[in-house]
Structures are given as structure tokens and as C-alpha cells.
Design a protein around this ligand. Structure first.
Ligand code: HEC
Length: 144
């Protein structure tokens, strides 16, 4: 029922339904805020609030997951494997997490890296791209 209403509202407003849901998932505390599609916050500072809001909003968004998949193939597969089952870096598809398997925790690890070989990506990707990557990793199956 709620979903049907969202679709209806989206049609009335001339907005893609996924896009409308995306907008609606963003907590009021994160306003003002643009969606991942047009978001260009990339001054290198991965603010905690933004990180949380985006990562949570993106975690179930097929578009975000798809974007994350492409970024993963190009930037992460070398260490984590094409299927993210682990090479130099650990398996990201299981439920074993060193730094937490919630979307916002995954985003935090990607943004900041770790002392034991996981690079920091916050100066390389936009906040939205990091949220997309976190959404993809979260969707691999082990995400909490
Ligand atoms: C140079 C190799 C390398 C690259 C490239 C790399 N990683 Fe990692 N990654 C690692 C290593 C090594 C660890 C384990 C770090 C530790 O034990 O502290 C890790 C850990 C992680 C973790 C934490 C897993 C857990 O159990 O909490 C995540 C999430 C992750 N990487 C995602 C990514 C993503 C997404 C990318 C691409 C943007 C990426 N990594 C690129 C080497 C890499």
C-alpha cells in the first residue's frame, strides 16, 4: 500500500519512483542535502553525519548498489578479488567483520582505511561514491 502511494506520488511529481524513495529515505537531520545522483560533496572531508545518512539511504537502493559494483570492479577487486571473496584483503561476502557490517560502518572503513593495509579512499571518491561502494559491499550477503 505505502509502496503504491509512493509510485503514485512519483508519477504525479514526474519523478522516478526510485528517486523519490531515495529522497524520502534521507533523514531530516541531513538536510540540506542532494541525492547521490547529483551530489558533489568532495572536499575530502567525510563528515560523519553525511556518511551515516548516505550509507543508510543507499544500502537498499539498486541504483547505488549498481554504481558501487562498477567502482568495486575498477578499484577494489585487485585486493579483494573479483567476487570479493578475498585475496590480499579479506572476504567481504561473509558475516565476519573486522570493523562492522552495518552500511555506515562499511562506509567508514572505506573512507578512512585501516592501519593494516586497507587504503583510505576519502580523497579519491566523493561521499556519494563511498556510500555506493558501501551499499554494494553490504549487499554481498554479509551485511548487517
Ligand atoms: C591494496 C589492497 C586493497 C585495496 C585496493 C582495497 N582494500 Fe579493502 N582491505 C584491504 C585489507 C588488507 C583489509 C584488511 C584490513 C585490516 O585487517 O585492518 C581490507 C579491509 C576492507 C574492509 C573491512 C572488512 C571488515 O572485515 O571489516 C572493507 C569493507 C574493504 N576493505 C572494502 C574495500 C573497498 C570497497 C575497496 C575499494 C574502494 C577496497 N577495500 C580496496 C586491502 C585493500
Amino acid at each position: 500500500m505505502v509502496e503504491t502511494v509512493v509510485d503514485l506520488a512519483a508519477r504525479k511529481l514526474g519523478i522516478d519512483p526510485v528517486e523519490l524513495r531515495r529522497r524520502n529515505t534521507i533523514p531530516p537531520g541531513a538536510m540540506p542535502f542532494k541525492t547521490g545522483l547529483t551530489f558533489t560533496y568532495d572536499n575530502g572531508e567525510f563528515e560523519k553525519n553525511m556518511d551515516m545518512a548516505l550509507a543508510i539511504a543507499d544500502a537498499k537502493d539498486p541504483h547505488a548498489i549498481h554504481e558501487g559494483q562498477e567502482l568495486f570492479a575498477a578499484n577494489c577487486a585487485a585486493c579483494h578479488g573479483a567476487k570479493a571473496k578475498g585475496l590480499i584483503g579479506p572476504n567481504l561476502t561473509d558475516k565476519t567483520w573486522l570493523y562492522g557490517g552495518k552500511p555506515q560502518q562499511i562506509a567508514h572503513t572505506i573512507a578512512n582505511g585501516t592501519a593494516k593495509g586497507m587504503p583510505s579512499w576519502k580523497n579519491h571518491f566523493t561521499t556519494a561514491q563511498i556510500a555506493d561502494l558501501a551499499a554494494f559491499v553490504h549487499a554481498l550477503g554479509g551485511g548487517q
